[in-house]
Design a protein around this ligand. Structure first.
Ligand code: SAH
Length: 401
């Protein structure tokens, strides 16, 4: 779709109400410069900062689209995002950063509600059926999953509904009914009923297959994720002989991509569902040299350190709050040659790089990646090198006894 432009800048009719794209009024090259400046400010006196790795085409990058459903004052069906800070739905026909096929599918569903006599769910009364529609598009394979989030497991005339939807969008490969009958702001409920296809989609990232179920975590910008992971793997300088940790591993993406170039990989992740997906992905790729553990990364690393494990490289990709001293102190004992730190929050990255310096690990440079153009989010990767040889600073046993 051709974008509406205003002096070279894309235009969005609902930008003010939605609040999703904070940087819509800033030219893309300027956004990248500003993001670099922000990171450089945080890293001042710590290490240098590379230019931001941006996108050639920074629009429509989101591979997952969620739309809330409601009716407007005139009783017309609407779907889109919640107005910032409220539960009032803003109707979105098409969004500048969302996948265009996903938006078109959501529009088709909105148009089908009347003839299928499907009512939108009312949060206050609990009356009505359709709450949300989530569409996920696999970047490499083109497979598309539609998840209808309903307040009830029964969708009247479901076969005709799916048939009509698929005839409008033959590219849909699976349709899932998700039941959410709770008073909650969570989009998805716990129960999934597959209405068409296998109930999941499969994508490929850096040559590995990933199975994506309705609730699986998966990076939303596939093109940039691939660039980021490639950089992370190259910073790790793997030769095939290394024992590698993938800490905060999610569904195992980084570890699986690294596994071809390592002797063995150990993944650790707190979320049990993500670990289950990681094991599914391990099987889907016939990978045998990787194991996933469901644990707190700090506690897990402390145990490895206490057991005197040998580790050559640590990948770490913690949540926004960053890592913990327990984790980093254990790295100091395990003494890998390199730590590759992937971060979605440059503030906690700066804090943790500073702490790493006190335990003998130094970063030369940080590379920001623009995973979320038109928003203020910044992702970074940094490689930290062991400056003290294999000698440990302290042993974990000393602290414990
Ligand atoms: N590396 C993955 C996921 C990164 S997101 C990817 O690129 O896809 C950060 C992950 O850290 C999430 O999956 C979250 O569940 C996990 N996490 C949060 N706190 C944790 C902790 N204390 N120990 C282990 N994992 C944790």
């Amino acid at each position: 779709m051709a974008e509406q432009v205003n002096g070279g800048l894309p235009v969005c009719p609902v930008n003010k109400k939605c609040g999703g794209c904070q940087l819509l009024g800033t030219e893309y090259s300027e956004q990248l410069k500003n993001k670099r400046k922000t990171v450089a400010g945080l890293m001042s006196g710590i290490c240098s900062v590379d230019p931001v790795v941006g996108m050639d085409n920074p629009l429509h990058y989101r591979n997952k689209v969620n739309a809330a459903f409601d009716i407007d004052r005139h009783g017309k069906h609407i779907s889109g995002v919640y107005k910032a800070g409220t539960h009032e739905v803003v109707n979105v026909e098409s969004c500048l950063i969302e996948n265009e096929k996903a938006d078109a599918i959501i529009g088709t569903i909105r148009g089908m509600l009347k003839s299928f006599k499907i009512k939108t769910y009312d949060e206050d009364t609990g009356y009505g059926l359709i709450r949300h529609v989530m569409v996920r598009v696999a970047h490499a394979t083109g497979q598309i999953m539609v998840v209808l989030v309903l307040s009830d497991p029964i969708l009247p005339a479901k076969n005709n509904f799916v048939k009509a939807l698929r005839s409008a969008h033959p590219e849909i490969t699976t349709v899932v009914l998700n039941v959410n009958n709770k008073k909650t702001s969570m989009v998805l409920g716990n129960r999934n009923i597959t209405l068409y296809g296998p109930g999941f989609i499969t994508d490929e990232l850096c040559g590995k297959k990933f199975r994506i179920s309705p609730s699986s975590f998966y990076q939303v910008n596939s093109e940039q994720t691939e660039k980021l992971y490639k950089r992370a793997i190259s910073l790790a300088k793997l030769s095939g002989k290394e024992t590698v940790i993938d800490a905060y591993c999610g569904i195992g993406t980084i570890g699986l991509v690294a596994s071809d170039k390592a002797k063995n990989v150990i993944g650790v992740e707190l979320n049990g569902d993500a670990v289950r997906d990681a094991n599914t992905n391990k099987k889907a790729n016939n990978t045998t040299n990787i194991s996933f553990y469901n644990a707190d990364a700090g506690e897990f690393m402390e145990r490895l350190a206490a057991e005197g494990e040998h580790v050559d490289v640590v990948f770490m990709d913690p949540p926004r709050s960053g890592s913990t001293e327990q984790f980093m102190d254990s790295v100091a004992v395990l003494r890998p040659d390199r730590v590759v730190y992937i971060s979605c929050n440059p503030e906690t990255l700066a804090r943790d790089i500073k702490y790493f310096r006190t335990i003998g690990y130094k970063a030369k440079t940080v590379t920001p990646f623009d995973m979320f153009p038109y928003t203020e989010e910044i992702e970074c990767v940094a490689s930290l090198t062991n400056m003290m040889g294999k000698k440990a600073l302290a042993t974990v046993d000393d602290d414990e006894e």
